[in-house]
Design a protein around this ligand. Structure first.
Ligand SMILES: [Cu+2]
Length: 218
C-alpha cells in the first residue's frame, strides 16, 4: 500500500501540521493519478565538492513540499570519528554558490573560514542534526551531528523550514555545507593548526571550517 510507504504521496499538505495525519486520512484514490513531481515535491540535488583541501566529497538531495523538506546527505573522506556540523545555508544577499579561494579568502591565509564563506553561501538556515531541533540555533550543536566513524556520513531526515528557505531550495539557491577538518591529522579538533573558530572562539577553527560544499540544483 503506497499510503504506508516511507515517501508518502499526498496533496495539499502545506497547510497541515502533520504529514502522518494527512497520509492516514487521505483516500488513496486522490493521488493515484497525480503527477509524481507534484505529490513528491520538488527534488534538488547537490554534488558536494571539497573545500579547504579536505579531500572529502559527496552528494546531497533535498525534496521540498510546502515547508517540509526531506534531506539526504552522503559524503566520504571526512575526518574520521569527529562531529561534522552540516547545514543548509541560504542568504538573500548571498551569491548562492560555494566559496572559492580567489573570491572569498579575504584574509589571505589560504583557508576559507566559515564566515568567509558567507558571501557565497549565506548564513545557516537549516541545521542537519540527527535529532531534535533543526533551526539555525542548533548550528553548532556538536553532539547532535554525524560523527563520520569511517569518514563517511550517511544522513537522512525530514524537517520543516521557513517558507523563504523552502522557496530558495526550490529555486536552486540553497547550499549544503559540511564542516570540520582535521588539518594536522592528529585525530582531534584542536587549536594547534588553525586557531579559534571565527564562528565561536570556544571552538577550534578545525571544527567549523567548511569541508565540502554543494549548491542544491533542480
Ligand atoms: Cu554550515
Amino acid at each position: 500500500m503506497h499510503r504506508l510507504a516511507p515517501r508518502p504521496t499526498f496533496v495539499g499538505s502545506a497547510f497541515l501540521a502533520s504529514a502522518a495525519l494527512t497520509v492516514a486520512f487521505l483516500p488513496s484514490s486522490a493521488t493515484a493519478t497525480d503527477d509524481d513531481r507534484h505529490h513528491e515535491g520538488t527534488r534538488t540535488l547537490a554534488y558536494l565538492n571539497s573545500l579547504n583541501n579536505s579531500g572529502a566529497t559527496g552528494m546531497a538531495s533535498a525534496t521540498v513540499k510546502g515547508r517540509k523538506v526531506r534531506v539526504k546527505v552522503k559524503a566520504h573522506g571526512l575526518a574520521k570519528g569527529l562531529p561534522h556540523a552540516q547545514h543548509i545555508h541560504f542568504g538573500e544577499q548571498a551569491r548562492n554558490e560555494c566559496p572559492t579561494a580567489g573570491k572569498d579568502d579575504k584574509n589571505g591565509d589560504f583557508r576559507i573560514e566559515t564566515g568567509e564563506g558567507q558571501p557565497a553561501y549565506g548564513p545557516i538556515r537549516v541545521s542537519l542534526t540527527k535529532r531534535g531541533d533543526t533551526s539555525p540555533a542548533s548550528g553548532l550543536a556538536v553532539n547532535r551531528f554525524p560523527t563520520a566513524p569511517q569518514g563517511h556520513v550517511h544522513y537522512k531526515r525530514s524537517t520543516h523550514t521557513k517558507q523563504d528557505v523552502a522557496r530558495a531550495i526550490r529555486r536552486g539557491e540553497a547550499v549544503v555545507v559540511i564542516h570540520g577538518i582535521d588539518y594536522n591529522g592528529n585525530g582531534t579538533y584542536d587549536f594547534k593548526s588553525a586557531g579559534k573558530s571565527d564562528l565561536d572562539p570556544n571552538l577550534p577553527s578545525e571544527a567549523t571550517d567548511p569541508a565540502v560544499c554543494g549548491v542544491l540544483h533542480r
